[in-house]
Ligand binder design. Structure first.
Ligand SMILES: [Zn+2]
Length: 372
């Protein structure tokens, strides 16, 4: 089949993890359909759906301008979409006292007020969305939050297909009275979109985020302890080869240098293809960034993900081990490094089997919806 325009709700020049997920979706989609044009909407500033307004990056400004453009009928990417895709990212989160996914910035302006009012039978896919809860959450927060429960069901019902990337997200969806399959995050197919092949590894990758993640969600996390553990990780890894800290942002680079002053860093802000090539030349990784782990793994290089929220758990779908940042200690660091060294040669076969099975499952599910 041929699709004229695919519009994707994603982030733009914001988070290379989101870029990986989106490129992976496009790789799968190209197995199902031909598409002439892909247009991106930066979800944190919904006004970017309108052509010519991509420069508005502030939500406060978007909230003023976007409704005006809607009334004026300014040409936009939602109206022009022949297929609409919500790409990756956490889609379900619910924390007592907030934040709540029901309050997100994009669903109301883009889906309720634009897409659903002018549907014309067009398909809407929610692909590789996940949860973002406390690390040990069982998802029951949703059961006690009527607005998130209602929103999760509404979002699901608006979609022709929902495929989730972690089982906690599935649990949250079930608590909202709906269900969907879980598949490994599509970021593992991004390399196929650019035909990037792994090369023999030259360096071990690490990555550092304060407290091990984007937020703490009120969990008692000892930031200083994690800094000390990270120093120990880098020092221990250094006895096995060259260590490079991958920094997805400038802030992360500053932080890595502050914690381990002599550490070698790699950074090309917002250039996800450069990062893919960088990961393609690595050996294995110990990272806080879940998508650094996913990209490494997709290239056959095993990764340990240390995190503080439920996003880290999705690495389990790649037969890899997540760790809660507070649990890290010397013994666990040794064990983690031993496991990575052990799997350095063998993981390639494991991931290729996972990628093959997952690709078939994605292609089958998407074909079924698009060709019906
Ligand atoms: Zn909630």
């Amino acid at each position: 089949m041929n699709i004229k325009q695919v519009s994707i709700i994603t982030t733009v020049r914001h988070n290379i993890g989101d870029d990986f997920v989106r490129e992976g979706i496009l790789s799968i989609l190209s197995d199902v359909a031909k598409f002439d044009k892909v247009e991106l909407i930066h979800k944190h500033s919904p006004v970017t759906t309108a052509y010519g307004y991509e420069g508005i990056r502030r939500l406060r400004v978007s909230r003023v301008v976007e409704p005006v453009l809607r009334v004026l009928g300014t040409k936009d990417r939602i109206a022009d979409a022949d297929l609409l895709i919500q790409s990756g990212a956490p889609v379900y989160w619910c924390h007592s006292g907030g934040p709540h996914c029901a309050d997100n910035e994009w669903f109301d302006p883009l889906i309720r007020k634009r897409f659903l009012k002018d549907r014309r039978g067009r398909k809407f896919l929610n692909i590789a969305g996940g949860s973002c809860q406390r690390y040990h959450s069982d998802g029951s927060e949703v059961a006690h939050c009527p607005k998130c429960k209602a929103y999760i069901a509404e979002f699901f019902d608006a979609c022709d297909l929902t495929l989730l990337r972690d089982s906690l997200a599935q649990r949250m969806l079930q608590l909202a009275g709906r269900d969907a399959a879980v598949l490994p995050c599509t970021s593992i197919f991004a390399r196929d979109h650019f035909k990037i092949a792994p090369i023999n590894g030259g360096y071990i990758v690490v990555n550092f985020m304060e407290t091990g993640g984007h937020y703490t969600f009120g969990q008692a996390i000892d930031a200083d302890k994690w800094r000390k553990n990270f120093v120990e990780i880098v020092n221990k890894l250094a006895s096995h080869g060259r260590v490079v800290a991958a920094c997805h942002t400038v802030t992360e680079e500053k932080l890595a240098k502050q914690v381990v002053p002599n550490v070698e860093t790699y950074i090309v802000p917002d250039e996800h293809v450069a990062f893919m090539n960088f990961y393609a030349g690595a050996r294995f990784a110990v990272v806080n960034r879940v998508h650094a782990g996913f990209m490494m793994a997709s290239l056959g290089k095993p990764a340990a993900v240390i995190g503080n929220d439920s996003r880290a758990l999705m690495i389990k779908n790649l037969n890899l081990t997540p760790h809660y940042v507070e649990d890290i200690n010397s013994g666990l660091i040794d064990q983690m490094i031993d496991e990575l060294l052990l799997r350095e040669q063998s993981y390639q076969d494991e991931i290729e089997a996972i990628r093959t099975t997952a690709r078939s499952a994605y292609v089958e599910a998407i074909s079924k919806v698009l060709l019906s």
